[in-house]
Write a protein of this length. Structure first.
Length: 539
């Protein structure tokens, strides 16, 4: 591999810009994509091995469902810190470190299982440790995609990543079912460990371009706080998070209860469990191939709604159908519906986030995703223990439909064409002497002259400005009107430090610039609004 390969994609490649396969023509994306498919295959093999082993170590629906919870629960606690780290450190080295951790954990679990030393709680502990690695890795990994392809290929790249995940989902479970039946789950755990080596090799080969900013990296606590502030003032991201929470809490029932259903309700072995999971994966691959055509005909909201209704129907069918071949068909449909919803939500999250906060925003999406899966797994496992698997699946199906209706007002479309590239149009703030970076807080005041007749329209336009300032990192914003001079308005916002204010200059996007131009159009006079920067002075 050559050192000349950079993190940013090369010049556009003709028709690849509009082709769903275009990103695979880029060598770096293709290499990481193939390595990821192999690694995800190992992960799905682990899930099958762990779920099936638990049916032998502690044969209750709750303990089997806790395997899924142990995989996803670390994301709830660690994804946000991991997203902050991924936005402020070198992502390539960070990912290599997390993969080394997962390699060590998976290897040790495999050796213990082969030696017959694994107990139910040992299995949960090691699965939880692997979940920690995934929680640390996934926000950084998801944020890499825009570095590997140009914006014109971003949607295709996200779809390919989703399809790759489900190619693994189709191969891994079926392969794991055969290996568990022949050699036992310990061998599956060791193969999962080996699957991390390809991704690590690809990351070692990658020569990632350095950060372009001339400012020092954000501090961890500040980065975490500003990321949460961004989400609080980003309606497009909030809509994605709300719709995701409503879906994943109920959608988790299928995966959580499938091992127990295969063993107890159907009387099958690991081959049957792997077959059903492979059907889900196969359906997801087919759904990913059809998704671009569906997306060309339907906007994102009706597409997600239709797929959610279809997924609820498969959950209900799973509760009562006991013919293996019919269940295989139901699982194919389930996989197609699942990939449609998940890919649509992920693309909506990606396109709602600028580069500087992308890992933190995607971490919030993953917290909702994994939190819903973990909490739902425990919930449906307990309900199945108390009332039976059919009742638990029926309640989950009805809940999926009710949640869709309750969250329909939060729309997912409408922001795909927003340009979140840095505009870099703010001039450097004029100062007598350059302040120390940590000095603050900093108060910025912008004075406008507004025709009183247009004051109401100006105030309405300033609400977009308020969200823009707060998303950029300001912890306070207010608009004042001079009691003596009704035409004089003062916009004021506060940043934590001089360095944070300079970062705001780098964070302003092309879409933010359009907001500022709409506001500036209300300003009277030939001169632009006057801007003042005030620094706090301590006695």
């Amino acid at each position: 591999m050559k050192d000349t390969v950079k993190s940013a994609a090369t010049a556009p490649i003709g028709a690849a810009e509009v082709s769903p396969w275009g990103p695979l023509r880029r060598r770096l994306f293709r290499t990481l994509w193939i390595a990821t498919v192999v690694s995800n295959t190992g992960t799905w093999m682990h899930d099958v091995g762990a779920g099936w082993l638990m049916t032998s170590l502690a044969p209750t629906p709750l303990m089997v469902a806790l395997v899924q919870a142990a995989t996803t629960l670390p994301m709830v606690f660690l994804a946000l810190p991991a997203g902050a780290l991924a936005d402020i450190v070198d992502r390539r080295r960070y990912l290599i470190g997390t993969l080394l951790w997962m390699l060590a954990v998976a290897t040790l679990l495999g050796l213990l299982t082969l030696a017959g030393l694994t107990t139910a709680w040992t299995l949960l502990g090691f699965t939880f440790a692997l979940g920690i690695g995934s929680a640390l890795m996934l926000p950084a990994w998801a944020a890499l995609t825009p570095e590997l392809v140009p914006r014109s290929e971003l949607l295709a790249a996200v779809a390919l990543n989703s399809m790759g995940m489900n190619v693994s989902r189709a191969i891994g479970p079926a392969l794991a079912g055969l290996i568990v039946a022949v050699a036992g789950p310990g061998v599956v755990f060791l193969l999962n460990a080996a699957s991390f080596l390809g991704v690590m090799g690809a990351l070692v080969w990658w020569r990632r371009s350095p950060r372009q900013s001339t400012l020092p990296a954000e501090r961890f606590v500040s980065a975490l706080r500003i990321g949460l502030r961004y989400a609080r003032h980003a309606p497009d991201l909030q809509a994605v998070l709300i719709r995701s929470a409503a879906f994943f809490l109920f959608a988790s029932a299928q995966l959580a209860l499938l091992p127990w259903l295969a063993r107890q309700e159907l009387g099958g072995g690991p081959e049957l469990y792997g077959f059903l999971l492979a059907c889900i994966g196969g359906g997801a691959v087919g759904g990913a191939l059809w998704l671009p055509r569906l997306r060309a005909r339907l906007s994102r909201d009706p597409l997600v709604a239709g797929a959610t209704i279809l997924y609820a129907g498969t959950t209900l069918a799973l509760a009562y159908i006991r013919n293996v071949y019919w269940l295989g068909g139901v699982m194919l449909i389930s996989g197609a519906a699942w990939i449609t919803v998940v890919s649509s939500l992920m693309v909506a999250a990606q396109t709602a986030l600028p580069a500087w906060v992308r890992a933190r925003g995607l971490a919030m999406f993953m917290v909702v995703f994994m939190g819903g899966m973990a909490g739902g797994s425990a919930l449906w496992g307990q309900l199945a223990t108390d009332a039976g698997i059919p009742m638990a699946l029926m309640v989950a199906a009805v809940g999926t439909l009710l949640a869709l209706a309750a969250t329909w007002m939060f729309r997912l479309g409408g922001h795909d064409d927003i340009d979140l590239a840095p505009s870099m149009h703010w001039p450097a703030p004029p100062v007598a002497t350059e302040p120390e970076g940590e000095r603050g807080p900093v108060m910025v005041m912008i004075e406008y002259r507004i025709d009183p007749v247009k004051a109401a329209a100006f105030i309405a336009a300033m609400q977009d400005m308020r969200r823009m300032r707060r998303r950029g990192g300001a912890f306070f914003w207010e608009l004042f009107n001079d009691a003596e001079d009704p035409a004089r308005f003062i916009e004021t916002f506060l940043d934590e430090s001089w360095l944070e204010h300079l970062r705001q200059h780098e964070r302003v996007t092309v879409d933010d610039r359009a907001i500022q131009e709409r506001v500036a159009a209300f300003h009277l006079g030939g001169e632009p609004p006057r801007v003042s920067h005030l620094l706090a002075r301590q006695p």
